[in-house]
Design a protein around this ligand. Structure first.
Ligand code: C5P
Length: 222
Protein backbone atom coordinates (compact mmCIF):
# COMPACT_ATOMS: atom_id res chain seq x y z
CA UNK A 1 0.00 0.00 0.00
CA UNK A 2 1.58 3.28 -1.14
CA UNK A 3 0.51 6.35 0.77
CA UNK A 4 0.86 8.74 -2.18
CA UNK A 5 -0.90 6.47 -4.64
CA UNK A 6 -3.87 8.79 -5.12
CA UNK A 7 -2.14 12.06 -4.23
CA UNK A 8 -4.35 15.00 -5.15
CA UNK A 9 -6.98 12.81 -6.86
CA UNK A 10 -10.61 13.56 -6.08
CA UNK A 11 -12.67 10.58 -5.01
CA UNK A 12 -16.41 10.57 -4.25
CA UNK A 13 -17.87 7.61 -2.35
CA UNK A 14 -21.52 6.88 -1.56
CA UNK A 15 -22.15 4.83 1.57
CA UNK A 16 -24.78 3.50 3.93
CA UNK A 17 -28.50 2.98 3.48
CA UNK A 18 -31.11 5.45 2.25
CA UNK A 19 -34.36 6.25 4.05
CA UNK A 20 -37.52 6.64 2.03
CA UNK A 21 -40.20 8.58 3.88
CA UNK A 22 -43.70 7.14 4.22
CA UNK A 23 -44.94 9.98 6.44
CA UNK A 24 -43.27 12.39 8.91
CA UNK A 25 -42.48 9.57 11.40
CA UNK A 26 -41.97 6.46 9.23
CA UNK A 27 -39.62 5.30 6.50
CA UNK A 28 -38.44 2.31 4.46
CA UNK A 29 -34.75 1.42 4.73
CA UNK A 30 -32.32 -1.51 4.93
CA UNK A 31 -29.61 -2.94 7.22
CA UNK A 32 -26.58 -1.44 5.47
CA UNK A 33 -24.03 -0.33 8.09
CA UNK A 34 -21.92 1.82 5.77
CA UNK A 35 -18.74 0.07 6.99
CA UNK A 36 -17.35 -0.81 3.54
CA UNK A 37 -17.80 2.72 2.18
CA UNK A 38 -16.30 4.36 5.27
CA UNK A 39 -13.34 1.93 5.20
CA UNK A 40 -12.76 2.83 1.53
CA UNK A 41 -12.95 6.55 2.35
CA UNK A 42 -10.33 6.09 5.06
CA UNK A 43 -8.05 4.10 2.72
CA UNK A 44 -8.50 6.78 0.02
CA UNK A 45 -7.49 9.55 2.40
CA UNK A 46 -4.47 7.48 3.49
CA UNK A 47 -3.53 7.15 -0.18
CA UNK A 48 -3.51 10.95 -0.47
CA UNK A 49 -6.87 11.46 -2.18
CA UNK A 50 -9.27 14.32 -1.54
CA UNK A 51 -12.24 12.28 -0.48
CA UNK A 52 -15.94 13.18 -0.26
CA UNK A 53 -18.22 10.71 1.47
CA UNK A 54 -21.90 11.03 0.61
CA UNK A 55 -23.54 9.11 3.40
CA UNK A 56 -26.97 7.90 4.37
CA UNK A 57 -27.70 7.57 8.11
CA UNK A 58 -25.04 5.41 9.85
CA UNK A 59 -23.52 5.01 13.32
CA UNK A 60 -20.01 5.68 12.01
CA UNK A 61 -17.66 8.63 12.42
CA UNK A 62 -16.36 10.39 9.35
CA UNK A 63 -12.78 9.16 8.72
CA UNK A 64 -10.01 11.78 9.19
CA UNK A 65 -9.33 14.10 6.24
CA UNK A 66 -12.59 13.22 4.47
CA UNK A 67 -15.49 15.56 3.84
CA UNK A 68 -18.88 14.04 4.64
CA UNK A 69 -22.16 15.12 3.09
CA UNK A 70 -25.12 13.70 5.02
CA UNK A 71 -28.24 12.69 3.12
CA UNK A 72 -31.32 10.61 3.88
CA UNK A 73 -33.22 9.69 0.74
CA UNK A 74 -32.05 8.24 -2.58
CA UNK A 75 -33.15 11.44 -4.31
CA UNK A 76 -30.99 13.53 -1.97
CA UNK A 77 -28.05 11.15 -2.50
CA UNK A 78 -28.58 11.37 -6.27
CA UNK A 79 -28.54 15.18 -6.21
CA UNK A 80 -25.46 15.33 -3.95
CA UNK A 81 -23.59 12.75 -6.06
CA UNK A 82 -24.22 14.46 -9.39
CA UNK A 83 -23.07 17.77 -7.93
CA UNK A 84 -19.94 16.25 -6.34
CA UNK A 85 -18.79 14.32 -9.42
CA UNK A 86 -18.59 17.47 -11.53
CA UNK A 87 -15.04 17.79 -10.38
CA UNK A 88 -13.92 14.26 -9.53
CA UNK A 89 -11.60 11.52 -10.80
CA UNK A 90 -13.05 8.37 -9.24
CA UNK A 91 -16.61 7.56 -8.13
CA UNK A 92 -17.17 4.54 -5.87
CA UNK A 93 -20.78 3.53 -5.14
CA UNK A 94 -21.09 1.41 -2.02
CA UNK A 95 -24.44 2.77 -0.84
CA UNK A 96 -27.37 0.39 -0.45
CA UNK A 97 -29.82 2.65 -2.24
CA UNK A 98 -33.50 1.76 -1.85
CA UNK A 99 -34.76 0.59 -5.24
CA UNK A 100 -38.19 2.16 -4.63
CA UNK A 101 -39.70 4.99 -2.58
CA UNK A 102 -43.30 5.70 -1.62
CA UNK A 103 -44.90 7.59 -4.52
CA UNK A 104 -45.99 10.27 -2.11
CA UNK A 105 -44.78 10.84 1.45
CA UNK A 106 -47.88 11.80 3.48
CA UNK A 107 -47.77 15.31 5.04
CA UNK A 108 -49.35 14.04 8.26
CA UNK A 109 -48.88 10.79 10.19
CA UNK A 110 -50.97 8.10 8.49
CA UNK A 111 -53.76 6.92 10.82
CA UNK A 112 -54.83 3.30 11.28
CA UNK A 113 -58.06 2.66 9.41
CA UNK A 114 -60.49 0.99 11.83
CA UNK A 115 -62.35 -0.75 9.01
CA UNK A 116 -59.35 -2.26 7.17
CA UNK A 117 -56.77 -4.96 8.01
CA UNK A 118 -54.58 -4.15 5.04
CA UNK A 119 -52.95 -1.06 3.65
CA UNK A 120 -51.41 -0.45 0.26
CA UNK A 121 -48.43 1.79 -0.39
CA UNK A 122 -47.73 2.75 -3.97
CA UNK A 123 -44.00 2.77 -4.74
CA UNK A 124 -42.00 4.38 -7.53
CA UNK A 125 -38.50 3.52 -8.76
CA UNK A 126 -35.57 5.58 -7.45
CA UNK A 127 -32.96 6.95 -9.86
CA UNK A 128 -29.86 4.76 -10.34
CA UNK A 129 -27.17 7.06 -8.93
CA UNK A 130 -24.20 5.07 -10.22
CA UNK A 131 -25.61 4.63 -13.73
CA UNK A 132 -26.41 8.35 -13.95
CA UNK A 133 -22.88 9.29 -12.81
CA UNK A 134 -21.39 6.80 -15.33
CA UNK A 135 -23.41 8.43 -18.10
CA UNK A 136 -22.77 12.03 -17.04
CA UNK A 137 -20.76 14.46 -19.18
CA UNK A 138 -17.65 14.56 -17.01
CA UNK A 139 -17.70 10.85 -16.39
CA UNK A 140 -15.25 9.83 -13.64
CA UNK A 141 -13.71 6.32 -13.34
CA UNK A 142 -16.73 4.40 -12.01
CA UNK A 143 -16.70 1.56 -9.51
CA UNK A 144 -19.84 -0.31 -8.43
CA UNK A 145 -20.55 -2.92 -5.79
CA UNK A 146 -22.75 -5.94 -6.31
CA UNK A 147 -24.25 -8.02 -3.52
CA UNK A 148 -25.46 -11.31 -4.92
CA UNK A 149 -26.72 -14.61 -3.53
CA UNK A 150 -25.94 -16.73 -6.64
CA UNK A 151 -24.08 -16.55 -9.97
CA UNK A 152 -21.95 -13.74 -8.54
CA UNK A 153 -19.60 -13.34 -11.49
CA UNK A 154 -22.28 -13.44 -14.19
CA UNK A 155 -24.52 -10.89 -12.44
CA UNK A 156 -21.53 -8.64 -11.68
CA UNK A 157 -20.45 -8.69 -15.31
CA UNK A 158 -24.01 -7.86 -16.35
CA UNK A 159 -23.92 -4.83 -14.04
CA UNK A 160 -20.52 -3.74 -15.40
CA UNK A 161 -21.92 -3.65 -18.93
CA UNK A 162 -25.43 -2.39 -18.23
CA UNK A 163 -24.32 0.49 -16.01
CA UNK A 164 -21.26 1.31 -18.14
CA UNK A 165 -18.73 0.86 -15.29
CA UNK A 166 -14.95 0.43 -15.11
CA UNK A 167 -15.06 -2.11 -12.28
CA UNK A 168 -17.55 -4.07 -10.20
CA UNK A 169 -16.66 -5.41 -6.77
CA UNK A 170 -18.93 -8.34 -6.05
CA UNK A 171 -19.63 -10.45 -3.01
CA UNK A 172 -21.84 -13.40 -2.15
CA UNK A 173 -24.13 -12.17 0.63
CA UNK A 174 -25.61 -15.64 1.18
CA UNK A 175 -22.33 -16.65 2.89
CA UNK A 176 -22.33 -16.16 6.66
CA UNK A 177 -19.85 -13.72 8.21
CA UNK A 178 -19.24 -11.55 5.15
CA UNK A 179 -20.98 -8.62 3.51
CA UNK A 180 -23.93 -6.74 4.98
CA UNK A 181 -23.29 -5.46 8.50
CA UNK A 182 -20.34 -7.80 9.01
CA UNK A 183 -16.75 -6.73 9.79
CA UNK A 184 -15.25 -9.02 7.14
CA UNK A 185 -15.74 -9.26 3.43
CA UNK A 186 -14.62 -11.47 0.55
CA UNK A 187 -14.95 -10.12 -2.95
CA UNK A 188 -14.46 -10.76 -6.63
CA UNK A 189 -13.19 -7.91 -8.80
CA UNK A 190 -14.79 -7.90 -12.24
CA UNK A 191 -13.65 -5.65 -15.10
CA UNK A 192 -13.46 -5.74 -18.90
CA UNK A 193 -10.22 -7.74 -18.77
CA UNK A 194 -11.37 -10.53 -16.45
CA UNK A 195 -12.10 -11.45 -12.84
CA UNK A 196 -9.91 -11.59 -9.75
CA UNK A 197 -10.86 -13.16 -6.41
CA UNK A 198 -9.44 -11.64 -3.22
CA UNK A 199 -9.05 -13.50 0.09
CA UNK A 200 -11.42 -12.94 3.01
CA UNK A 201 -10.20 -9.90 4.94
CA UNK A 202 -11.42 -7.35 7.44
CA UNK A 203 -13.20 -4.46 5.72
CA UNK A 204 -10.33 -2.12 6.72
CA UNK A 205 -7.67 -4.37 5.15
CA UNK A 206 -9.82 -5.15 2.16
CA UNK A 207 -10.39 -1.43 1.59
CA UNK A 208 -6.63 -0.88 1.27
CA UNK A 209 -6.33 -3.72 -1.24
CA UNK A 210 -9.29 -2.40 -3.19
CA UNK A 211 -7.93 1.14 -3.31
CA UNK A 212 -4.72 -0.25 -4.78
CA UNK A 213 -6.65 -2.30 -7.38
CA UNK A 214 -8.81 0.74 -8.21
CA UNK A 215 -5.81 3.07 -8.37
CA UNK A 216 -3.87 0.76 -10.75
CA UNK A 217 -6.81 0.48 -13.14
CA UNK A 218 -7.58 4.20 -12.88
CA UNK A 219 -3.98 5.10 -13.79
CA UNK A 220 -4.07 2.78 -16.81
CA UNK A 221 -7.39 4.24 -17.96
CA UNK A 222 -6.21 7.83 -17.49
O1 C5P B 1 -28.37 -2.61 -9.41
P1 C5P B 1 -27.77 -2.85 -8.07
O2 C5P B 1 -28.51 -2.16 -6.98
O3 C5P B 1 -27.52 -4.28 -7.72
O4 C5P B 1 -26.31 -2.19 -8.24
C1 C5P B 1 -25.50 -2.03 -7.16
C2 C5P B 1 -24.57 -0.87 -7.39
O5 C5P B 1 -25.26 0.27 -7.92
C3 C5P B 1 -23.95 -0.39 -6.10
O6 C5P B 1 -22.67 0.12 -6.42
C4 C5P B 1 -24.91 0.70 -5.65
O7 C5P B 1 -24.29 1.63 -4.78
C5 C5P B 1 -25.32 1.33 -6.97
N1 C5P B 1 -26.69 1.87 -7.00
C6 C5P B 1 -26.89 3.25 -7.08
N2 C5P B 1 -28.18 3.73 -7.16
C7 C5P B 1 -29.24 2.91 -7.14
C8 C5P B 1 -29.04 1.51 -7.04
C9 C5P B 1 -27.75 1.04 -6.96
O8 C5P B 1 -25.93 4.01 -7.10
N3 C5P B 1 -30.48 3.41 -7.20
Amino acid sequence: FQTGMLAGKRVVITAGPTREAIDPVRYISNHSSGKMGYALAQACAEAGAICTLISGPTQLNCPPHCQRIDVESAQQMHEAALKAVNDCDIFIATAAVADFRPLQAADQKIKKQADSDTMTLEMVKNPDILADVANSQQRPFCVGFAAETQDVERYARGKLERKNLNMVIANDVSQQGIGFNSDDNQVLIVDAKGSKALDKLSKAELARHLIREISERFQKAD
